[in-house]
Ligand binder design. Structure first.
Ligand SMILES: Cc1cc2nc3c(=O)[nH]c(=O)nc-3n(C[C@H](O)[C@H](O)[C@H](O)COP(=O)(O)OP(=O)(O)OC[C@H]3O[C@@H](n4cnc5c(N)ncnc54)[C@H](O)[C@@H]3O)c2cc1C
Length: 417
């Protein structure tokens, strides 16, 4: 295909994807004085946390930086005194969506909704912008640094960054889940099951072999994470199958819950797309490993810290989940950097990490932290005219601190390299 595409907008920093990583990256880049635009495929910000109806923040052993600010503004009752506590608040995805719209506007980030990344604009080995499908067709967006927060490393893949997916032995990724809500009506409700639905009779027969739901909103809302569909959500055939199978499971699980312990609950919300846990990981300048997690490794170029457990929903689709507690570890800046391509940072769940390591770092609060660091790093590279890999780590830490990030343990020079 050969065609001429007009440049619709030019910015210092282009963030692609408006999930936890993308929203934080855009905020921190804009706060660093850089003109920042965010291109989001859907009509909303928040990524899986709104679009996928995930709507619980898992505890990671800290509440700091932009994530802390979001909690303090959006869920003030959940804000802990210390930066180093775990919180596990449930929230309204509809209200988070609205909050993030307002937040990005206040921060001076221009958000392009309904704008899907199509292809990277490359000058040799440097990304200098992106082509995206907008409501007005194909447009170009030029920028000094692109931050890939698509969750699937879509920009990186297109720019030729090597990636891997899933388990080392067979490439199987964690299964997908269509999360849904039920609402207590205070009286028994009519039950229905589609003709092709599953009539589950016991917990053992359920897709995850367990009950997994939250009722923490205090208003009769039940948030249900109980479906399970095998496949890689970045593959065309897998996602096509998962969207249909996920909904079939949701209607069947709702019917099971009504027949068992929730006779008064109606199905009240099914999001527009299935939740995707794991797809592509870039091969970056450093790859986070299971050993880094279990040994509690610290890094000189730390940009995020977490103690969230290893949490692997069985990639074969079988009903068990591998859950292992961790004491806490660092994620280094190098995990966000492709080895060869310049002008591109990857933040969020698709950073350079093994299958086991990503199962822990993938939760929302960590993705907000990674995004915040990526936005600052982009700004620093622009200011110093340096390569992203040559950004000064002390300066990066200084700017993170200025933006409210408090690391649990002082970073000692030379440690963990
Ligand atoms: C079923 C499920 C349950 C989970 N449970 C929890 C939980 O309880 N608590 C928790 O904290 N975490 C949970 N997680 C993990 C967490 O939600 C995700 O790992 C996290 O949201 C990843 O953040 P991200 O910013 O990397 O990507 P995402 O949240 O995936 O956001 C990516 C964004 O990029 C956009 N995008 C994608 N492609 C393009 C494109 N081509 N062009 C433009 N935009 C694009 C998407 O529309 C989306 O908005 C769960 C995940 C799933 C799937």
């Amino acid at each position: 295909m050969k065609r001429t595409v007009s440049v619709h907008d030019t910015a210092d920093v282009i963030v692609v994807g408006g999930g936890p990583a993308g929203t934080a990256a855009a905020i921190s880049a804009a706060r660093s004085g850089k003109r920042t635009i965010l291109l989001e495929h859907s009509a909303q910000l928040g990524g899986m946390g709104t679009l996928g109806n995930v709507s619980v923040f898992m505890g990671i052993g800290n509440v700091t930086g932009i994530y802390r600010e979001i909690i303090s503004e959006f869920l003030p009752a959940a804000l802990p005194d210390s930066h180093h506590e775990s919180i596990w608040p449930q929230y309204s995805p509809f209200e988070l969506r609205h909050y993030l719209n307002q937040k990005l506007e206040k921060e001076g980030v221009y958000v392009y909704y309904h704008t899907s990344f199509v292809s990277a604009m490359l000058e040799g080995k440097r990304v200098s912008g992106v082509f995206a499908n907008t409501r007005e067709g194909l447009k170009a967006f030029a920028g000094a640094v692109v931050i890939d927060c698509t969750g699937d490393a879509r920009v990186a893949v297109d720019a030729g960054v090597p990636t891997h997916a899933g388990r080392e032995e067979d490439g199987l990724t964690q299964p997908m889940t269509l999360m849904f809500m039920m609402q207590d009506t205070g009286k028994p409700v009519a039950q229905s099951l589609p003709e092709d639905g599953y009539r589950y009779e016991s917990v053992e027969e359920l897709p995850q072999g367990r009950h997994l739901y939250w009722g923490g909103m205090g208003d009769g809302t039940l948030l249900v994470n109980m479906s399970r569909v095998k496949g890689n959500g970045a593959k065309i055939e897998d996602i096509n199958y998962a969207e249909k199978e996920g909904l079939r499971q949701v209607l069947s699980i709702a019917n099971y819950l009504q027949r068992t312990n929730h006779p008064n609950h109606i199905l009240s919300h099914v999001p527009g797309q299935i939740g995707v846990r794991e797809t592509n990981q870039i091969e970056g300048r450093y790859t986070l490993t299971e050993e880094d997690l279990t040994s509690g490794r610290r890094f000189e170029d730390v940009v995020a810290q977490t103690n969230y457990e290893i949490d692997i929903h069985n990639p074969t689709g079988q009903a068990n989940t591998d859950e292992r507690k961790l004491d806490g570890y660092d994620i280094p800046y190098r995990c966000l950097l492709p080895a060869e391509i310049e002008g591109l940072i990857v933040a969020g769940r698709s950073i350079s990490a093994s299958h086991v390591a990503m199962s822990s770092m993938r939760v929302q609060a960590t993705c907000y932290a990674l995004g915040q660091a990526a936005g600052i790093a982009a700004a620093l590279a622009i200011e110093s005219g340096s390569a992203l890999a040559d950004v000064s780590i002390p300066l990066l830490h200084e700017r993170l601190a200025e933006q409210g990030v408090v690391f649990q343990k002082p970073v000692k020079s030379g440690e963990g390299r």
